[in-house]
Design a binder for this molecule. Structure first.
Ligand SMILES: Nc1ncnc2c1ncn2[C@@H]1O[C@H](COP(=O)(O)OP(=O)(O)OP(=O)(O)O)[C@@H](O)[C@H]1O
Ligand SMILES: [Mg+2]
Length: 149
């Protein structure tokens, strides 16, 4: 039934749990997985802070470089886990308007038939019932979404 699963990950511990489950599920179904990381857009406050303080870390070029390094690291560890389980895997990253927008778009472009993601991510379990990216993916996705808790 499900043959191509999109697994969005922000690299957080909670996201890692969903990644593990997604790989297990893919193995059981004989499906392939596409891991996806959406890099955060450069924060607007960062631009003001960078100008005011001149701190190199906040400069857009460095921010982009660090974000890309992070994306590669997160996806590399996903690939290792998928390879270890003998599950066919592709990885990609992009900068989108927002992670949820990029996730929904990616699922459509790649013709995935299921999205597996965690209920929360980097900001963690406190606060809302569901993380905001998960909420928005549930609202906008036209394909089934499995929310891992
Ligand atoms: N940048 C991202 N790239 C890919 N997937 C993401 C990204 N951000 C979130 N996700 C996916 O959404 C899941 C839930 O994260 P979400 O951001 O909704 O919750 P949160 O970080 O706890 O809260 P917040 O709404 O404050 O960001 C993550 O486990 C991950 O699967
Ligand atoms: Mg988040």
């Amino acid at each position: 039934m499900y043959k191509h699963i999109l697994v969005p990950t922000d690299g957080s511990e909670l996201s890692d749990k969903a990644v593990e489950a997604a790989i297990k599920l893919a193995k059981l179904l004989g499906a392939r997985v596409s891991a996806f990381h959406s890099m955060e857009p450069y924060p607007l406050q960062g631009a003001y802070a960078a100008e005011a303080s001149g701190v190199a870390e906040l400069q857009p070029e460095l921010f982009a470089e660090r974000s890309e390094e992070y994306a590669k690291r997160v996806l590399e560890s996903f690939k290792k886990a998928a390879d270890a389980a003998n599950v066919e895997c592709a990885t990609s990253y992009a900068t989108g308007r927002s992670p949820s927008h990029a996730i929904v778009e990616k699922a459509r472009d790649e013709k995935c038939d299921l999205i597996v993601m965690a209920s929360h991510g980097r900001r963690g379990l406190e606060g809302f019932l569901l993380g905001s990216e998960t909420q928005k993916v549930l609202t906008h996705s036209t394909i089934p979404v499995l929310v891992y808790r």
